[in-house]
Design a protein around this ligand. Structure first.
Ligand code: PEP
Ligand code: MN
Length: 353
């Protein structure tokens, strides 16, 4: 449930309500909006809290149930769009994030070259996998720790904050040394122990939607993270499994406005894993931006034909500037600003992706 405080509620009154919630064995999550403060009472002792009659307490405007199964991440609880600020770059509420980089860190040169291109075009964050979830146990599964060191070097040179995947709790300490945003992959969306550990660590999270998961299940996974006190979560639609085989997955564009209606967290789109084919990435990216996505995550490689992972969907690094110029026209159309690109002119749009 949520306790809506009066506009004029004092700090003491807010502290008193938090104390009462905690005394009842629940967790209090405070959201301070422009005009009012809302306190969420979340915990296994919800019924106990419900019987506390907080309505009569000084400073309390009203007490309301949160009707959705997910609570802290729901728009019911947090009405205004959340704007996350990570490494000095914003995402959400008009701030568009372009996350770009290789699927996998393969070599120092490949990663540094890609990172330089991403920085030059004004990308917001650099992606790169050190630990890769691969369908075949014989496929390249990433360099692990040495890849994290390469990513740290790429950040030091370019200033781009790093997004990298953590597949397992045993990798978390190492990933935390480098990641500005921890990616939780589609296959791990319901790894509940991992969700909770990442929730406890407090680092921003990029949560991919599972291949066969509903939007509600995806938001409940975000709730696992938020319940541990970490509400810096970016939701990422990356295509779902359908009967269609012409594309790697089916990009669920409707997930963008649907999820945005249900949560105030930023919702981004990964057209690379959805399409699986380079030539489809641009039209799908345009569609995602115009559908209202708060960002994109795309794979870029200096030499996609030699990539060890996901080459067919990687954008060519030497043509990435034209690709970004095209997408920026859509971002402009939506009245948003690409975070990190403010000092870089939008450039000449070109369809030669
Ligand atoms: C990735 O981003 O490289 C990746 C493996 O993504 P997903 O978990 O969406 O398949
Ligand atoms: Mn990939």
């Amino acid at each position: 449930m949520m306790i809506v405080m009066q506009d004029a509620a004092s700090e003491d009154q807010i502290a008193h309500i938090i104390q009462r919630i905690e005394d009842a064995g629940a967790k209090a999550h405070v959201v301070r909006g422009e005009f009012m403060t809302v306190i969420g009472a979340i915990g296994d002792d919800r019924e106990l809290v419900a019987s506390m009659s907080l309505e009569g307490e000084p400073g309390v405007e009203k007490v309301l149930p949160i009707l959705k199964p997910f609570k802290l991440v729901s728009r019911e609880f947090h009405r205004e769009d959340r704007v996350l600020e990570i490494g000095g770059r914003k995402i959400g509420g008009g701030h568009f994030a372009l996350i770009a980089g290789p699927c996998t860190v393969e070599t120092r040169e490949q990663t540094m070259e890609t990172a330089r291109v991403c920085a030059a075009v004004g990308a917001t964050f650099l992606r790169g996998g050190a630990y890769k979830p691969r369908t075949s146990p014989y496929a390249f599964k990433g360099l692990g720790k040495p890849a994290l060191e390469i990513l740290a070097e790429a950040r030091a040179e370019t200033g781009l904050p790093i997004v990298t995947e953590c597949m397992d709790i045993r990798q978390l300490d190492d990933v935390l040394e480098v990641a500005d945003i921890i990616q939780l992959g589609a296959r791990n969306m319901q790894n509940f122990d991992l969700l909770q550990e990442v929730g406890k660590c407090g680092r921003p999270v990029l949560l991919k939607r599972g291949l066969s998961n509903t939007i509600e299940e995806w938001l409940l996974s975000a709730e696992y993270i938020a319940k541990e006190g970490n509400d810096q979560i970016i939701m990422c639609e990356r295509g779902i499994r359908t009967f269609e085989t012409a594309t790697r997955a089916t990009l669920d564009i409707s997930a963008v406005p649907v999820a945005q209606g249900l949560t105030s967290l930023p919702v981004i789109v990964d057209p690379s894993h959805a399409a699986g084919k380079r030539d489809l990435i641009l039209p799908m990216a345009r569609a995602a931006v115009v559908a209202g996505a708060d960002g994109l995550i795309v794979e870029v490689h200096p030499s996609p034909e030699h990539a060890l992972c996901d080459g067919p969907q990687a954008l060519h690094a030497d043509r990435f500037a034209a690709w970004v110029a095209d997408v920026r026209r859509c971002i402009d159309l939506m009245g948003k600003v690409m975070s990190g690109s403010e000092s870089i002119p939008a450039g000449v749009a070109g369809p030669d992706h």
